[in-house]
Design a protein around this ligand. Structure first.
Ligand code: ZN
Length: 310
């Protein structure tokens, strides 16, 4: 069983040739500049064909595609746009996969794909009740309950952890709602979060320090009071959001991935202790772990979903 798995990100596309769960070859490209998703497809075709040409497996059974948006995984359609491409929702990608390679198409949301990758190959192994949270530019989430990926009536279930309401009187999020988890603590929102914090003008960030979480955690570890305030606010936001997901989906384990996990030594114990203190949960009932496959979980997940869909 051979699957070509693609994980579409905001700026990069990851390709993998997955055979019986093994990632045999992998490649990453920057999302090429083009006006439309239709114009992007021939470039993707070339990459897939090149990957097949240099592999020992000339034929594929299915194509798996993960997108950072809401995905109808029954009709294989995007329900909201993929980054800037409005036309991606209208393209029949199943027909495209069939025409080019005679392959079936499987599509899923990228956080669900990463959850499946961690469940089968990484930090989620050994449990069928799992929540995955990816904290990076935005915040993605997905839930596996009793071995089934939660999808819901509109394919939203578990996916909107980043847009759960953390503060009803908070600032406006890029989705239009107020006080979402992402607008309170994520990399895209961080420059504005810093500016809103009391003491910003005297902070290293007003003097040219890069406004990212690497700097926040580094300066906080060195004792900078402003960075400590920002770090602690973000940790509280993430812990509150993850506890909400734990109460909603009752997992045995929470796997956290994403760019901020270079500071896993601070983040994991903080969130674990918050969950351990939570009412309604016996102590030690939910284990918090770092993702093991932060780069390739989505590709491995689509490799698995492509395999079991046949
Ligand atoms: Zn939002």
């Amino acid at each position: 069983m051979t699957v070509i798995a693609l994980d579409f990100g905001g700026t990069r596309i990851k390709f993998g040739l997955v055979e019986h769960g093994q990632l045999l070859s992998a490649d990453t490209i920057t999302v090429p500049s083009s006006d439309s998703f239709a114009a992007l497809l021939p470039i993707i075709e070339q990459h897939i064909n090149h990957m097949l040409k240099v592999s020992v497996t000339p034929a594929i059974d299915s194509i798996g595609m993960a997108f950072p948006t809401i995905v109808d995984s029954d009709r294989m359609r995007l329900l909201y746009k993929y980054v800037k491409y409005n036309d991606a929702n209208d393209i029949d990608l199943s027909a495209w996969a069939q025409k080019n390679w005679g392959a079936a198409l499987v599509m899923e949301n990228d956080a669900r794909a990463a959850l499946v990758g961690e469940w089968q190959h990484g930090a989620g192994k050994g449990t069928d009740n799992l929540v995955m949270v990816t904290i990076g530019t935005g915040v993605g989430s997905a839930a596996l309950v009793n071995g089934r990926l939660l999808k819901g009536s509109h394919y939203l279930a578990g996916n909107l952890g980043g847009h759960q309401n953390i503060r009803f009187d908070g600032v406006r999020c890029n989705c239009g709602n107020m006080g979402c988890l992402e607008s309170e603590a994520s990399s895209w929102a961080l420059p504005d979060i810093l500016k809103r914090m009391t003491g910003y003008l005297k902070s290293p960030f007003a003097k040219g320090e890069k406004p990212d979480y690497e700097a926040v955690f580094r300066l906080a570890a060195a004792g900078n009071a402003f960075a400590i305030k920002v770090r602690d606010h973000s940790l509280e936001v993430w812990a509150a959001g993850i506890l909400n997901l734990v109460y909603a989906y009752d997992p045995e384990r929470v796997v956290i991935g994403g760019g901020v996990m270079h500071s896993a030594d601070v983040i994991l114990p903080f969130i674990q202790s918050k969950i351990d203190q939570a009412a309604w949960l016996p102590k030690g009932a939910v284990e918090v772990r770092a993702a093991i496959e932060p780069d390739w979980a989505g590709v491995l997940g689509m490799g698995y979903l492509g395999m079991v869909s046949k």
